[in-house]
Ligand binder design. Structure first.
Ligand SMILES: [Zn+2]
Length: 440
């Protein structure tokens, strides 16, 4: 019998100690976090391997061996966290305080919690499930918060043969309560948007501010931006959000249930759009988005600028062709004086499949342990390290298996980030049960 009370307290204590390590990225300094995990893993009988991609950075893997009749599963988490301003917090963000049934601190949700839950689940698996059909690889990486080039990107590039898995279990979302009513909805991230950053450069003619003409670069740029930004109101239902909303329809009262179950109908899609898109993160799942992020023109009050620049952060739905998107942008702008420069284009990454053993085991365990919940696939508007695995054709699933509400989510990268002890216990149990089934 597993004593879940003891596990819960152990998880809280281990997480508290982990939070005290300031692996803030930049600069990262994940080496100390890797040392901490190495010690823990050794005590549990594992032989972790640490890889050093750069001074003070580190990536770690530890393997729980199976009999290799199935390919490994990676339990992924990143050791780095974003900064936290202690002035704004009600506690020390790196104090690891345990109070009121919560562990408090930067990284409790994103995502040191997952590392601790995985580690405990791995140990339980070692103790209670003797004949395992596959290896489970515990993987702790650097640098996720800054794009992953020292972390997952580096590991995939340099040590792929050490880690090549069948599935990856990553972050990406949570079990959400009170977003679509009281029923917990476990949202499993299976795809993410691609990023395309471009600069629009308007070329005009200089002149005296007192004698306006039609070649003012700033004015040319504004007209182009006006057209380009209209694309933000062009909605498109990608297959993943379609599946997600159809499933969510099943837990809502009429008429919402009817509308969401039939969201594939173009008329109904148009009808529900204003309601759905009132939430910006939901809106971002339903279209390509464009944000004007940098604007530069002019230097003096009485001089007409000859050059003006705007940077756009564009996020494309997974099935989009960026080149085609740019061509359409040119047609829409319809002005030769505007030049388009590509600053950054993310490599395309595939969409993770949902008709797999992993997804079906995960959904059935969630259903068993949280009987009233539902599990849905999610298209994440942001980026995670899953893209590195998906580019290799690996099915990577993003879910921190805890239940939180939108108020708690606001603490993620925000102020007073925390996780309840109850969630630590439930998350560990979910990970353990899922892995147990997937090792059978
Ligand atoms: Zn994260």
């Amino acid at each position: 019998m597993i004593d879940w009370n003891t596990i819960q307290n152990e998880a809280a204590q281990l997480l508290s100690d982990y939070i005290k390590i300031k692996s803030i990225n930049p600069p990262g300094n994940e080496q100390q976090a890797a040392d901490y995990l190495t010690n823990l893993l050794r005590k549990l009988g594992f032989e972790p391997q640490v890889f050093i991609p750069a001074p003070n950075r580190a990536n770690l893997i530890a393997r729980l061996p199976g009999n290799n009749s199935k390919k490994p599963i990676i339990l992924y988490h990143h050791m780095d966290v974003v900064e936290a301003d202690p002035q704004c917090w009600s506690c020390d963000p790196f104090g690891g305080e345990i109070r009121d049934g919560f562990v408090w601190g930067r990284g409790t949700l994103d995502m040191k919690c997952m590392g601790i839950m995985q580690l405990l689940a791995l140990d339980l698996l070692q103790q209670h499930v003797p004949n395992r059909k596959r290896d489970i690889i515990f993987m702790a990486v650097s640098d996720e918060e800054a794009g992953g080039s020292f972390g997952t990107g580096w590991m995939v590039e340099n040590h792929w043969s050490d880690i090549e898995p069948e599935y990856v279990w990553d972050e990406g979302s949570f079990g959400m309560q009170d977003l679509f009513g009281p029923t917990p909805v476990f949202m499993v991230s299976v795809a993410e948007k691609g990023s395309l950053w471009i600069k629009l450069i308007a070329h005009g003619k200089p002149g005296h501010g007192g004698m306006p003409h039609d070649e003012n670069a700033a004015a040319i740029l504004l007209k182009a931006l006006d057209r380009v930004l209209t694309l933000n109101s062009k909605y498109d239902l990608h297959p993943i959000p379609k599946l997600m909303f159809q499933k969510i329809g099943s837990i809502l009262p009429f008429p919402k249930s009817f509308l969401l179950k039939n969201i594939h109908n173009p008329f109904i899609f148009r009808l529900v759009q204003p309601t759905l898109s009132a939430n910006t993160s939901v809106a971002a799942m339903l279209k390509d988005t464009l944000s004007l992020t940098v604007l530069r023109a002019g230097a003096k009050e009485n001089v007409i600028p000859e050059r003006a620049e705007a940077t756009l952060d564009i996020r494309l739905l997974p099935n989009r062709d960026p080149e085609l998107f740019i061509r359409n942008l040119k047609t829409l702008i319809a002005d030769e004086r505007i030049e388009i420069e590509i600053i950054h284009l993310s490599e395309p990454s595939s969409t993770t499949e949902v008709n797999t053993e992993f997804y079906s085991v995960l959904s059935s365990v969630l259903q068993k342990l949280v009987p009233k919940s539902i599990t849905v696939p999610l298209l994440t508007p942001g980026a995670t390290d899953s893209c590195y695995f998906r580019r290799k054709g690996i099915n990577s699933y993003g879910l921190i298996p805890i239940i939180i509400n939108p108020g708690e989510i606001a603490r993620f990268h925000g102020i007073d980030e925390r996780i309840s002890l109850e969630n630590l216990r439930m998350g560990t149990q979910i990970i353990f049960e899922v892995l147990k089934k997937l090792c059978e």
